[in-house]
Structures are given as C-alpha cells and as structure tokens.
Design a protein around this ligand. Sequence first.
Ligand code: SAM
Length: 233
Amino acid sequence: MLKISERLIQVAELVPKGSRLIDVGTDHGYVPIWLLQNGRIPSAIAMDVNKGPLMRAEENRDRYGFTDVMELRLSNGLEKVKPGEGDAVLIAGMGGPLMIRIIEEGRENAGGVSSWVLQPQSEIPSVRRYLIEHGFRIVQEIMLKDEGKYYMAMCAVPGESEPWKDIEYLFGKYLLEQQHPVLAEFIEKEWRLYEKIQTQLTETNQTETARYQEVKAYLCALEQAKTYNQQTL
Ligand code: SAM
C-alpha cells in the first residue's frame, strides 16, 4: 500500500466518495493512487503541466496497478479536460493566485464538476474570497498540522453564497464556528509572535510605520478570531 503524508490523506478525504477525480498538478500522482487503493474513487485523470512529474506519476500508477483507471495528461491547468469528464477537481499544494487562475480559466472545461477540493499553499483568504464572489459555495473546511506546518483546505461546490466577513475570509468561517483546535493553536501561536513584534517595534520607536499598523491590525484580527463565537451569538 502506498503511504502518503497526513496533509495528503486529509485533503484526499475531502474528495466525495465515488467521484471521477481530476487531479490538477498531480506531481507524483499519490492522491489519485491512494484514493483508488482505498476504493474511494472509480477512476482519475491526473494532470500536470510538467513532463517530469507526469513521468513520476506514470511510474507510480503502473507500480500500483492502476494503468486502466488512471489516465495521465500533460495539461496547463484544466486546459486538456472536457465537460463531463469528471465529478471532482482537486488542486493541492499550489499557491493561491495560481489556483485562482486555474479555476477561472478552466471552469468551463470542467463543466459537470460538482466538487472542488482546494488546498492552497499561500494567500488562502484570496482563494476563499474568489470562490464566494464567483459563483461557488464553500461547504467544508479543514485545518491540519503536518510536520510542524499548518495547512488549510476546503471543498467548494457551484452555487451562490452570501458574502463572508473579512475575519471569515482570513481564517475560514467554518473553522471559526467550530473553534477548530488546530486553528485555535495557530491563533495562539500567531498571537504570541505578533505581540513580540509589536513590542519590538514600540521599543525601537517605530509606532508610526506602516509595518506597525499592519501588525496592530493583524493582532486585532487575531483577537476577533478568538472571540468569534461570542460576537456572532
Ligand atoms: N498536488 C501535489 C501535492 O499536493 O502534493 C503536488 C504539488 S506540487 C508542489 C505542484 C505541482 O503542480 C507540480 O508537479 C507542478 O509541475 C504542477 N503545476 C504547476 N503549475 C501547474 C499548472 N498551471 N497546471 C498543472 N500543473 C501545474
């Protein structure tokens, strides 16, 4: 059996069971292979813009015996997909701006896809905002820590959504509502770090700088996140 990281397991588990998966930026192909091995999906199209990763995915696919049900495609984003070919798209381990571009340019090609599983590595608030302002509803969010690093991932479906508050874009509405333990740990850690930074800036007479204002605003957001449920009651 293929062993994959905790990050990849938790992201893979967001893919609805029974979906024909389209994995964009598959690299090693581990997620589709793991999902196939566990009987969670019937088939996958694994795509990557680079030949090297796609060759790695091909080797792994053949080693684990999924040649018939896992197709490989060299594709920039969703360029080489046609409507109706998949039920779920997965995009993981990429920066938020690239992810947004892939969704924006490729969503027509992905017609018929009912679930978008996304794990952005950066600019996560921009991804949430993009989804909500462009005809998606976020239906599930997770946060996890793997080898000391924090990750957030989500599942979105096509549909209209009420706008979220800034704090919800920043930390995730459902994560805040649940008081997710990993989010709570992250907020405490950030709080301690940014309080130290604020003290240092104060001690070095930098209270009039843009950096100080940024730090102050972030600390205020962290405070809001800590008391989120009390504010929305
Ligand atoms: N999805 C895997 C994961 O989460 O572990 C691999 C992430 S890896 C860091 C990013 C992969 O995305 C690389 O294999 C890279 O070649 C691919 N990639 C980058 N830009 C892409 C694009 N525009 N379209 C498809 N694949 C892309």
